[in-house]
Each structure stands twice: as structure tokens, then as C-alpha cells.
Design a protein around this ligand. Sequence first.
Ligand SMILES: Nc1ncnc2c1ncn2[C@@H]1O[C@H](COP(=O)(O)OP(=O)(O)OP(=O)(O)O)[C@@H](O)[C@H]1O
Length: 254
Amino acid sequence: MERILEVQGLTRRFGGLTAVSNVSFAVEKGEIFGIIGPNGAGKTTLFNVIAGHFQPSAGTVSFLRHDISGHSSDEIARRGIARTFQSVHVFGEHTVAENLRRAGVIRHCHHPFAYFSPQARTREGKADLNEVARFIGLADYLDSPAGSLAYGLQKILGIGMAMMVSPQLLLMDEPAAGLNPSEKRAAGMLIRRLRDELGITILIVEHDMPLVMGICDRILVINRGQQIALGSPDEVKADDSVIEAYLGEDYEFA
Ligand SMILES: Nc1ncnc2c1ncn2[C@@H]1O[C@H](COP(=O)(O)OP(=O)(O)OP(=O)(O)O)[C@@H](O)[C@H]1O
């Protein structure tokens, strides 16, 4: 197994608050790796430091053995790390095809209107738009305005947009948030296919326990910025400190 991501002693402070405190873990290539913990535990902050949206206060992040700590989010994306967002981040008035194309181009351009510039139009993303649309099941919607899709499909489109940069590592921030039960099942299956069929390594922050426990190979649990457990779903479910901090004695995983 090859390590794709290594986080060492990562700390992020906001003034007097330590949102992430000395967190260390490594993700193997091809893993679906979950991060769980109560509200305010520091999960999104950890994600944002890995993705280059926040500088670390201390510690390092290495991607494929290159130290990427403190690099800009653009640089990190160019190296092969993409992310999806908890809330929908599509351009509602643009078609599904335009959203996908735009997501593939942004990686190469820096200013906000880059997509509309003549240079940008000549540079296509690495992934094939039609293949991505087929993979995520939106091939029949390519000409529809993204804003006309159901919320669940807009979140699926967000995953497709991240795929347009052909990432090796995909950071997914609460992919199941706001979805109904059948949409959650579909999202879980899509995440598995991203790994199984495309070989994309997945790092996922999620509150939906059946989804996390069902798809993750290993799970890191954090509470108040500190890591309290790391292991397989079964190990984490049985860990006393996890039950106390997060899951509760009578937690149902089904
Ligand atoms: N930009 C910021 N400025 C100041 N404090 C912040 C900032 N971002 C997060 N925090 C604080 O850091 C702590 C961790 O927040 P974070 O959003 O990372 O938690 P989380 O585990 O993702 O929570 P949730 O599950 O509710 O999304 C919280 O106390 C939060 O208020």
C-alpha cells in the first residue's frame, strides 16, 4: 500500500481557540477514509487546512510524499486534490454541461472570470465531460440549467465538477447532508464507484453514521480538535471514548 496523504501534528488556531490540535494520520491510496466527530469538533477546519483554504498553525500535510503544508488551494488542486462542499456550489443559471466544463477549467486559471476569457476556453479540463456526466448519471441533463435539478442531483453534479480535474484524492464535506434516504444510498454507491472504478482515494467528513460505517475502510474520530480514535468502523463503533463523546450508548447504526 502506498501512502497518498500524511498529516503530522496538524494544529490550527483561531485566536485563542484551538480548532484542530496535533492531529496525525495517514491515508493509503485507494482507501475511503472517514472523519467523524460532534459539531464543532474541527472536522471542516481540518479539511480546509488540507485543501489549502487555511494555513496550518503547526504541523505538516504531505501529498504523495511532497510537503504541501501552507500551499494555496489552487496549487493543491493542481497536484491532484479536489473537494466537494457541504452545501450545493453549482452555478444555477448555467447548464449542467457548462458547470462541468467550468470546473475543469478553473484548475488552470486564477481570476474569477477566467472561464469566460478566450484563453480559458481553449484549455479544457483533463476529464471528458460526457464521460463524467455518464458516470454520475446526469448525461440526460447536460443542457438543463443546473438550478432546475433536484437538490440531490445538484449535489451529485458537485461531485462531477470535482471529477473534472481528474483528482487522485477527493475531499468530500458531508456529501449526504440535505439528502433524503434514497439519495443518500445513491450518493454512497457513487462514492464507492469513484474508488472502485476510477481508483480515486476518498477522504470524507460525514455525520450520517450508516453511510460512513457502510463505506469507509477506516475512520478517524475527533472531539474538541483532538483525535480520540482511529480504526475500522467496527473498532470505532466499539470504542468507549467514541461512544461517550459522540455516538451515545444507544446509538443505532442500522
Ligand atoms: N474561520 C473561523 N474563525 C474562527 N473560528 C472558527 C473558524 N472556523 C471554525 N471555527 C471554530 O473552530 C471550531 C471547529 O469548527 P469546525 O467547523 O471545524 O467543526 P466541525 O467539526 O466541522 O463542525 P460541524 O460538524 O458542525 O460542521 C468551532 O469552535 C468553530 O467555531
